[in-house]
Structures are given as structure tokens and as C-alpha cells.
Design a binder for this molecule. Sequence first.
Ligand SMILES: [Zn+2]
Length: 94
Amino acid sequence: MTWQGRLNLRNARYARDPLPLDEACGCPACSRFSRAYLRHLVNQNELLGLRLLSLHNLRFLLELTANARRAIERGEFRSYKAEALARLAAAPKE
Ligand SMILES: [Zn+2]
């Protein structure tokens, strides 16, 4: 899960991708590892890959809900929801 849509790391286009999963994320997976390395771990069924992806996805969901909470407090949840859903529905070009 990223703000640019859902990434399928099994896709060959990420085999040499030096970027983190999500450049805006500060989780251990994004701050230390490239998409290429994470793809390698996932394709080899390494538990570290699943663990790192779980850490990233949990961080993403916590940020999503924290932003929703702040939008509710400001009375802007409708616009936040529309923007968040549009961003999440956008699939990266694969
Ligand atoms: Zn991350």
C-alpha cells in the first residue's frame, strides 16, 4: 500500500528499482531497503520480506487513520475521504 496505489512487488519492473516502497514513508522497510531488495525477499519467500511489508502496511494504515481523525476534527472528512480514495484507487503504471 502506498499513496500512489498498490504496488505488486512480484512485477519484474521492480527487479532493479532502487527506490523505497513509498518515498514519503519512514518505516524500517522504506528507510533501509529498496523495492528491488524487498522484491527479492518476497520472491524467495523470506520471512523478513513479509515482516518488512507488514511493518510498512501497518505504518501506512496508522497514518491513514490518523489523517482521517485530524480531518474529522477540522470538519473536513468528506474532502479527505474523496482525496484519499482517489489516491488509493490510482494504480501505479505497471
Ligand atoms: Zn514504509
